[in-house]
Write a protein that binds this ligand. Structure first.
Ligand SMILES: *[C@@H]1O[C@H](CO)[C@@H](O)[C@H](O)[C@H]1NC(C)=O
Ligand SMILES: *[C@@H]1O[C@H](CO)[C@@H](O)[C@H](O)[C@H]1NC(C)=O
Ligand SMILES: *[C@@H]1O[C@H](CO)[C@@H](O)[C@H](O)[C@H]1NC(C)=O
Ligand SMILES: *[C@@H]1O[C@H](CO)[C@@H](O)[C@H](O)[C@H]1NC(C)=O
Ligand SMILES: *[C@@H]1O[C@H](CO)[C@@H](O)[C@H](O)[C@H]1NC(C)=O
Ligand SMILES: *[C@@H]1O[C@H](CO)[C@@H](O)[C@H](O)[C@H]1NC(C)=O
Length: 299
């Protein structure tokens, strides 16, 4: 009995000390935040609010060797994966752009007439790495000039024993001439902070995953003097009653409908989801600050 009381007392003392420590820390003016207990970054080091001033060398870790990301472009074409470009026959116009940016496993083979066949930069989500690797002929073998950027939760991307990390490494050694980079943990935090700053919502608390579209847009603004976005609908598109059913991806004609995907994700409160429409509201705002134009549809 005495033993129990002693243990209880010790537990209480530890609890009080820990509480005091937390209070002391939060009042000491050091704004450090813990990133899943692994990485600690000071808010003071956060990226400037002008996206063109993000420091490129801090953002991308080479998959092999110690290359630094040097890509800089005047005009960029950001080709979305939406089906709005099907039948547009603007492939050669897109290919004439200095740099072309594509996402995940969106193929060019077989769709050249509408979306072109040049890829300067491909931004790939951790969840799409496998889909890209499954088709080396399409994405890797012909892509000696393509820069690959992989984004994902730092815990997953930095785990040297994890499947995603090993898959990316394997590609790095099989195709040593590819330029592949992983978004650094510090930059991932900056993406979260940016979402918070632009929407007033904490990404994690609001159960939101940023979409590959969000990462790609920010990277495009960082690397390009101006950005021409092809195939992205405006934020109001899906709330208009007359919107048509369109495949969410041009390469999955029988796949999910675009607006159902956007609206479904936006509404859901439970579980983690993308906020495609919220993100587009932010893009509309950025279009007033940076050189961004939207076509197919134009807005
Ligand atoms: C805040 O704390 C972190 C780690 O605990 C430290 O690296 C950093 O220098 C501190 N910043 C300030 C302004 O005291
Ligand atoms: C990294 O790159 C620098 C200059 O590009 C070079 O001097 C250095 O030897 C390289 N280090 C390794 C480990 O490859
Ligand atoms: C695809 O690329 C080649 C150059 O590699 C070019 O000659 C051709 O016109 C392109 N095709 C289309 C449909 O854009
Ligand atoms: C790339 O493709 C060619 C034929 O299309 C093939 O001969 C070559 O082995 C491939 N290279 C790699 C590294 O897969
Ligand atoms: C990689 O690039 C070098 C120099 O550009 C070239 O000599 C070599 O053949 C390339 N290797 C592969 C596997 O394409
Ligand atoms: C961002 O910085 C660039 C370069 O200094 C400047 O030209 C541009 O006007 C700035 N944009 C915004 C939105 O602050």
């Amino acid at each position: 009995m005495k033993n129990m009381a002693e243990r209880f007392l010790i537990a209480m003392v530890i609890f009080i000390l820990a509480t005091l420590l937390i209070i002391y820390n939060s009042s000491s003016g050091n704004d450090s935040i813990s990133y899943r207990g692994q990485f600690v970054y000071s808010v003071l080091s956060h990226a400037p609010s002008n996206l063109t001033k993000w420091v490129t060398k801090d953002g991308y870790i080479p998959v092999t060797g110690n290359k630094t990301m040097k890509l800089r472009c005047g005009l960029c074409a950001l080709i979305t994966s939406s089906s709005h470009l099907l039948g547009s026959e603007i492939g050669s116009e897109i290919d004439e752009t200095e740099c072309t940016i594509r996402m995940n496993n969106a193929p060019t083979m077989g769709y050249e007439r509408d979306i072109g066949n040049k890829t300067t930069l491909r931004v790939i989500a951790h969840s799409s790495v496998y889909k890209v690797m499954k088709k080396p002929q399409e994405f890797l073998n012909r892509s000696q000039d393509t820069v690959f950027v992989f984004w994902g939760p730092p815990k997953k991307m930095q785990n040297r024993r994890g499947g995603t990390f090993r898959l990316i490494q394997r590609v790095g050694s099989a195709f040593p001439n590819l330029s592949s980079y992983i978004v650094s943990p510090k930059r991932m935090q900056q993406f979260d902070d940016l979402f918070h700053r632009e929407t007033g919502q904490d990404r994690k608390k609001s159960h939101t995953w940023l979409s590959t579209g969000w990462f790609t847009m920010v990277i495009a603004i960082e690397l390009c003097n101006s950005v021409h976005v092809y195939g992205m609908v405006p934020p109001t598109h899906c709330s208009k009653p007359q919107h048509k059913r369109m495949p969410y991806h041009y390469y999955e004609p029988k796949g999910p409908d675009e607006c159902s995907t956007f609206l479904g994700n936006e509404k859901v409160k439970k579980g983690s989801h993308h906020r495609f429409i919220t993100e587009k509201d932010v893009f509309a705002h950025w279009a007033k600050l940076y050189n961004i134009v939207f076509s197919h549809p134009s807005w």
